[in-house]
Design a protein around this ligand. Structure first.
Ligand SMILES: N[C@@H](CCC(=O)N[C@@H](CS)C(=O)NCC(=O)O)C(=O)O
Length: 257
């Protein structure tokens, strides 16, 4: 039996759950994140204590990209990567775009506007500008096809959750400008594996709202790599310095695996 350390809302965990559903692989779940940072109760699975992480018997691994590749190697059918070398590389490039650029453009704004319920006009505008650039690029790369790389693949699994999150945060696709992408997102959400995962995300969101509980602690925030690069590159270094001074920023723990 596979065990997945995950979080309902993490787009990286969502990608892995969708891959597991697509492949029809049963798995148990352990909730990895509890709204605080620098936990050490699953560093035996992921030394950075990030979700997702997977345990397969006596082997544990982490990072959504590496997990998806492992699942494909171990359970090749049904395939979640194209076989053609160029399409396969394009699939990985799109996954990388989702996980590094789309994620980074929405991270700070999610903390401030969704988490803290505060307005930050400059942050909002910078995220909007960057997301429009990415949407335009994706519209062009999709080229009106049903999916990005032929059949439904890891590219679609990675992009879908990030684009849904961006829309939820107030950055929807422009239906007139991104017609192909808009249709693609509808198609992706009809996919049984995605619909199943969406249902849990929506149900959990509704429950948290009813209970008046936040999805995460917006005053204890974990930062890393691309998310930090986005903040500095877009002129919010001073904002971030204040986050650090106020003790609201954390970085992944590092212990030996
Ligand atoms: N490169 C990693 C990134 C995973 C990641 O950033 N996970 C976040 C959740 S979206 C996390 O676990 N953060 C720890 C925390 O917020 O305490 C992957 O692809 O799995």
């Amino acid at each position: 039996m596979l065990t997945l350390y995950d979080d309902v809302f993490s787009p990286y965990a969502r990608k892995v759950r969708i891959a597991l559903y697509e492949k029809g692989l049963p798995f148990e779940r352990v909730r990895g994140l509890h709204g605080d940072c620098n936990r050490s109760d699953f560093v035996h699975v992921n030394p950075r204590a990030e979700v997702p992480a997977l345990v397969d018997g006596d082997f544990s691994l982490y990072d959504s990209t590496i997990i998806c590749e492992y699942l494909e190697d171990r359970h090749p059918e049904p395939a979640i990567y194209p076989h053609d070398p160029r399409l396969r590389a394009e699939c990985r490039l799109l996954e990388d775009l989702a996980d590094s650029q789309l994620d980074a453009a929405t991270y700070a704004v999610a903390i401030v506007e969704h988490g803290r319920r505060e307005q930050h006009r400059a942050l909002h505008d910078a995220a909007g500008l960057d997301l429009r650039r990415l949407y335009d690029d994706l519209e062009r790369r999709l080229g009106g096809e049903p999916f990005f790389c032929g059949e439904f693949s890891v590219a679609d699994m990675a992009l879908g959750p990030h684009l849904m999150a961006a829309a939820f945060l107030g950055f929807p696709l422009g239906p007139a400008k991104h017609t192909g992408l808009t249709r693609w997102l509808e198609r992706v959400q009809e996919r049984p594996a995605v619909a199943r995962d969406n249902a849990e995300v929506i149900e959990t969101l509704q429950r948290l709202q009813e209970e008046g509980r936040p999805a995460f602690d917006p005053h204890r925030v974990q930062w890393r790599s691309d998310r930090l690069e986005w903040v500095i590159k877009n002129g919010f270094a001073e904002w971030f310095a204040e986050e650090m001074r106020a003790g609201r920023s954390f970085f992944p723990v590092t212990v030996a695996h």
